[in-house]
Design a protein around this ligand. Structure first.
Ligand code: GLY
Length: 549
C-alpha cells in the first residue's frame, strides 16, 4: 500500500459509495477491511480482519491482548451486541492496588503485568465469526500476519509516540521488543513484528485455543510470573465473550442501538439524547450558547448518574431501564436553570474516577448487503500496560485501572460511590466505549463510535446531533470541534475553535468555566444517505481513513 504512510489526508470532500464502506484509525486496517468486503466477506468478516490488523498496525490501541464491544445490525434489522471486555482474574481483590493504609499505590493498576485483565479480543472475534462470519477464519487472519511479518511504514504520529514511550518500554521489557530500537523511529520506517506474526498464526490455526491454551497461554502465564501478575491458565481457559441484548432508545424518528453494561456509554448516550430532545436545538444552531449550555447541563447530570449506578451487570444490579426512562430524565433536568450554571456539587451522585485513558480505537463497517458493525476496542492506556508478552509479541492491557480502585471512600462532596464498579474476581470493569448504530424510520442510518475515555460518550452524542440537528455531512460532523462536561471537575472542556469568543463570554457570565484542551476522540463513522449511498467520516485528529466501493 504505497502512499499511505505519514498523516492521512484530511478527508473533507463528500464522496459517496454504493456497495459498502470501512472507516478505521489506520489506512492499512481500512484497506484490509475493504479487501475482505470486496472478496465477498460480510461486515463481521471485515470487522474480524480489521481487529487483527489493528493489533499489528495500531499497537497503541488495536489489540489481541485487550478487549472491546461490537454492536451489530443485520441488513434485515436484527440487532445484537458482543461483550468481549476483559475481566479480573480469579485472584483479583477489591483492595489489590492499595497500600497498607488504604491509599492507591501510584502506577500499580497502570503499568506492568498486575494491571492486566483477562484479554477478551480473540474470544470475541471467534464468537463473532462463528455466529455471523462468511469467509474462512484463516482468510481473516492472513492480512494481519502479512503486515506483522513484512512490516508496515510508521506514520509520523506513530513514530513520535514510540519514541516518547521508549524509556518505559525498556524499563518494562528489559529483554527488548519489536517496538524498541536503537536510536529513534522515523516516519515511514518499517515496523516488523515477527513474534506477533507467529502468535497470529497460532490463532489462525487453532482459533480460540490458539490464544487461551497451548503455547500462547504458556507465554502469557510465564509473563505473569516474570512481573508479579495474577492471571492463571484457568482464567484464560474460562474466558468467554458474551452476546448481550442491545440497549435501544428513540430520539425523534431515530432509533439508537448501542452497548449495554458493562459499558456505561449506551445508557448515558440515550439519557443525553432524551435530555435534549424536548428543546429546539435546530433553531438555536450548532455550537450556539443555548445549545452548549443545554448539552453541558445534560452531560453534568448523566455523568453523575454514571459514577453511581453503572458496573458489570453480572455482578451488580444496574438500573438500566429506570435510568433511561423518559420521566426520570425529565426530572433530572428540572433543576436546570437558564440563568446560571448548576453547580456540580448540587447534583447528587457518587465517586468519580480520576483521569480516564483516551487511547482506545473504533471502526465502523457496512457491507454490500447492508449489514452494519460498530466496534470499539482497547488496551485502555496507550500501549496498555506497556508490557509485551515475551516471545508472543503482543501488548497486555491495563484495563484493571477502569475499575474503581478505591470504592466506598467518600469523594470530595462526602458522597460514597463506586461500589457498582468495585474490583471482584471474574468481574468486568466499567467502560465508556459506545459503539453505536442508528436507524432512521426503521432503516440503517449511521454507524458511529470513538475512543476518548470519558469523552467517548459526549463525542458520539455531538457527532449524532451534528448530523440529525445541524444538517452536517458525515465528515463535517466528525471533523467539527468538540466540547465536553463530565460532572466533575465542574468545567466545560473545549477544543480550540469549539466555542467562539462571544459564546464564551455569554457562558462565562452564567458561571460556566471553559477549559481549553487538546483533541478529543477520534470518531470514525458512516452515514447512509436518503439515496442509499454511504458517506464516511474519518477523524482528522489521527491517521484515520474511510474507504468505500
Ligand atoms: N478503557 C477505556 C474504556 O473502556 O472506556
Amino acid at each position: 500500500m504505497s502512499g499511505c504512510a505519514g498523516r492521512a489526508p484530511v478527508q473533507n470532500k463528500v464522496t459517496e459509495y454504493r456497495n459498502g464502506m470501512v472507516v478505521s484509525a489506520s489506512p492499512f486496517a481500512s484497506k484490509v477491511g475493504l479487501d475482505i468486503l470486496k472478496k465477498g466477506g460480510n461486515a463481521v468478516d471485515a470487522a474480524v480482519a480489521i481487529q487483527f490488523a489493528l493489533a499489528v498496525v495500531y499497537p497503541n490501541a488495536g489489540n489481541i491482548g485487550g478487549g472491546g464491544f461490537m454492536v451489530y445490525r443485520s441488513a434485515s434489522g436484527e440487532t445484537n451486541t458482543l461483550d468481549f471486555r476483559e475481566k479480573a482474574g480469579a485472584a483479583a481483590s477489591r483492595d489489590m492496588y492499595l497500600d497498607q493504609s488504604g491509599v492507591p499505590i501510584v502506577d500499580k493498576s497502570l503499568y506492568g503485568q498486575l494491571a492486566a485483565g483477562v484479554p477478551g479480543s480473540v474470544a470475541g472475534m471467534v464468537a463473532a465469526h462463528q455466529k455471523y462470519g462468511n469467509l474462512p477464519w484463516a482468510t481473516l487472519l492472513e492480512p494481519a500476519i502479512l503486515l506483522a511479518r513484512k512490516g508496515f511504514p510508521l506514520s509520523t504520529q506513530q513514530a513520535d509516540e514510540l519514541n516518547g514511550l521508549s524509556e518505559k518500554l525498556m524499563q518494562l521489557n528489559p529483554d527488548g521488543t519489536a517496538l524498541l530500537k536503537t536510536g529513534k523511529w522515523a516516519a515511514n520506517e518499517l515496523l516488523k513484528q515477527e513474534e506477533l506474526a507467529a502468535t497470529l498464526e497460532q490463532i489462525r490455526d487453532h482459533g480460540k485455543a490458539g490464544f487461551y491454551e497451548g503455547k500462547v497461554a504458556d507465554q502469557i502465564i510465564a509473563e505473569m510470573k516474570r512481573g508479579g501478575g495474577i492471571l492463571t491458565k484457568s482464567d484464560l481457559q474460562q474466558y468467554e465473550a458474551i452476546w448481550r441484548k442491545a440497549i435501544t432508545g428513540a430520539y425523534k424518528q431515530y432509533q439508537i442501538i448501542t452497548m449495554p453494561p458493562p459499558s456505561s456509554g449506551g445508557i448515558a448516550l440515550i439519557q443525553l439524547l432524551k435530555s435534549v430532545e424536548p428543546y429546539p436545538l435546530k433553531r438555536w444552531g450548532f455550537q450556539q450558547d443555548s445549545t452548549i449550555q443545554l448539552m453541558a447541563e445534560a452531560e453534568r447530570r448523566v455523568y453523575a448518574d454514571r459514577a453511581t449506578h453503572l458496573g458489570d451487570p453480572d455482578f451488580y444490579d444496574v438500573p438500566t431501564n429506570a435510568l433511561m426512562e423518559a420521566q426520570y430524565v425529565k426530572d433530572r433536568m428540572k433543576t436546570f436553570d437558564w440563568s446560571k450554571a448548576t453547580p456540580s456539587s448540587s447534583v447528587k451522585a457518587g465517586e468519580v474516577k480520576g483521569k480516564e485513558h483516551e487511547e482506545t480505537t473504533h471502526f465502523s463497517i457496512v457491507d454490500k448487503a447492508g449489514n452494519a458493525v460498530s466496534v470499539t476496542t482497547t488496551l485502555n492506556g496507550s500501549y496498555g500496560a506497556v508490557v509485551l508478552v515475551k516471545g508472543a509479541g503482543f501488548l497486555l492491557n491495563n484495563e484493571m485501572d477502569d475499575f474503581s480502585v478505591k470504592p466506598g471512600a467518600p469523594n470530595m462532596y462526602g458522597l460514597i460511590g463506586g461500589e457498582a464498579n468495585a474490583i471482584a474476581p471474574g468481574k468486568r470493569m466499567l467502560s465508556s466505549m459506545t459503539p453505536c448504530i442508528l436507524e432512521k424510520d426503521g432503516k440503517l442510518f449511521m454507524v458511529v463510535g470513538t475512543p476518548g475515555g470519558s469523552t467517548i460518550i459526549t463525542s458520539v452524542f455531538q457527532t449524532i446531533l451534528n448530523v440529525v440537528e445541524f444538517d452536517q455531512n458525515m465528515q463535517q460532523a466528525v471533523s467539527a470541534k468538540r466540547f465536553h462536561h463530565q460532572w466533575l471537575p465542574d468545567l466545560i472542556y473545549a477544543e480550540k475553535g469549539a466555542i467562539d469568543s462571544l459564546t464564551r463570554v455569554k457562558l462565562e457570565s452564567k458561571g460556566y468555566i471553559i477549559q481549553p484542551r487538546g483533541p478529543m476522540g477520534r470518531v470514525d463513522a458512516i452515514l447512509k444517505t436518503r439515496q442509499g449511498n454511504y458517506q464516511g467520516g474519518a477523524d482528522p485528529r489521527g491517521d484515520d481513513q474511510w474507504l468505500g466501493w
